[in-house]
Design a protein around this ligand. Structure first.
Ligand code: NAD
Ligand code: MG
Length: 385
């Protein structure tokens, strides 16, 4: 029986994790949950799973939650509360499913407390990959991939040696604007971008998919998780999302993991690997799949993908600037304050203003994150005229 804490339980990944756990009560027990603001939803999860500890965003939310539950669950709140659930709810595995660089500190603390961390929160690896990987290496806790591409690579690497890998091929659906011209993109709104062709995900990542920032982040995530240089990580657009990623070996062999696009498969593997649990998730029927499409990503139409390779190769504090400016631009686009093509502009200009510091400390990363947000907000204001 594995004890699980879910940080960000009310989100897309959080609720899909609860669904996996719901189907396997013999294998998993929920000991901790957190949510920022959706208290009613969290209350229903508390009633169902009876965790020892839960955290919400504020004291007011904590009071509200107290009135909605009948279990003896301890309620904590704020950033400290979230941290308490991550390190002190009795979990074996902490599933990190919050958004953005807010995941950096809880991920580090959970690893340092000896927990295994199943990491969906890719922004943490983008912004602070070097530090997080270093902490993971020195701690008892293991860092486990949840993102479908990285789960695929992790599975395709199983039983193999990293020394024999010649290339990682990270597949991409291409996002909601895969076939749009730059002229069309200029007029597209958040409502258009939120219609993802294959995956139902949270709003932030769905916009990141439309800019291909998500794919660039995944390249950076792969770099850190699998210790592979950027020159050996390629992106391949495969619009059906059946092949979740591919590992190419020195002898020319390729190993891939395939399946219907369903995050629960990757989540379940992260929580139970190396063994596999039975599931009734949809299966691919090969006889019904007439064709699969593959193409090169277009770095000109989607410059955010290029920025990720550039920031990743530059290293130091630059990836934190990339991530923070994207968090701002993505949010302001969703609010309708800037246009789709302004997202890349805000990021480019914020990165252009930054002087890289190499091998930064955690404090430096957090300071750079804050500063980049301030600069990006300034760019947003300027672009609004
Ligand atoms: P979401 O918006 O659906 O859910 C986010 C969850 O985190 C919610 O429970 C929310 O209450 C909480 N949260 C958000 N910001 C917070 C903060 N600052 N402090 C504390 N709690 C906070 O997001 P999601 O789509 O589930 O994505 C979560 C993470 O997983 C992201 O990093 C995303 O890139 C990654 N991811 C998501 C998918 C997917 O299919 N949704 C796939 C791969 C990776
Ligand atoms: Mg992914």
């Amino acid at each position: 029986m594995k004890k699980i804490a879910i940080i960000g339980a009310t989100g897309s990944i959080g609720t899909q994790t609860l669904d996996v756990i719901r189907q396997h009560p013999e294998a998993f027990e929920v000991v901790g949950l957190t949510a920022q603001s959706r208290v009613k939803e969290l209350a229903s999860f508390v009633e169902e799973f009876k965790p020892a500890k839960v955290a919400v965003g504020s004291k007011e939310k904590a009071k509200e939650l107290q009135t909605l539950i009948s279990t003896s669950t301890t309620i904590v709140y704020g950033e400290e509360g979230l941290m308490e659930v991550a390190v002190d709810s009795g979990a074996d595995i902490v599933l990190m499913a919050i958004i953005g660089s807010a995941g950096i500190l809880p991920t580090i603390e959970a690893l340092q407390a000896g927990k295994d961390v199943a990491i969906a929160n890719k922004e943490t690896l983008v912004a602070a990959g070097e530090i997080v990987i270093d902490v993971a290496r020195r701690s008892k806790g293991e860092l486990i991939a949840v993102d479908s591409e990285h789960s695929a690579i992790f599975q395709a690497l199983s039983g193999q040696s990293l020394e024999d890998v010649s290339r990682l091929i990270v597949t991409a659906s291409g996002g909601a604007f895969r076939d749009k011209t730059r002229e069309e993109m200029a007029h597209l709104t958040a409502i258009d971008a939120l219609k993802h062709p294959n995956w139902a995900m949270g709003d932030k990542i769905t916009i990141d998919s439309a800019t291909l920032m998500n794919k660039g982040f995944e390249v950076m995530e792969a770099h850190w998780l699998f210790d592979i240089s950027y020159d050996k990580i390629d992106v391949l657009v495969h619009k059906e999302s059946y092949i979740h990623s591919i590992v190419e070996y020195h002898d020319g062999s390729m190993m891939a993991q395939l399946g219907a696009p369903d995050m629960r498969v990757a989540i379940q593997y992260a929580l139970h690997h190396p063994r596999r649990l039975k599931s009734d998730f949809k299966r691919l029927d090969w006889t019904n799949i007439a064709t699969m499409h593959f193409e090169q990503p277009d770095f000109t139409r989607f410059p955010c993908l290029r920025y990720c390779y550039e920031a990743g190769r530059a290293g130091g504090t630059m990836p934190a600037v990339l991530n923070a400016s994207n968090e701002v631009a993505n949010a302001r686009f969703r609010e309708g304050k800037i246009g789709f093509l302004d997202i890349e502009k805000v990021i480019y200009e914020t990165m252009a203003q930054h002087t890289i510091s190499s091998s930064p400390s955690l404090e430096e990363i957090l300071a750079v994150d804050e500063e980049a947000r301030r600069i990006a907000e300034g760019m947003v204001k300027a672009s609004q005229g």
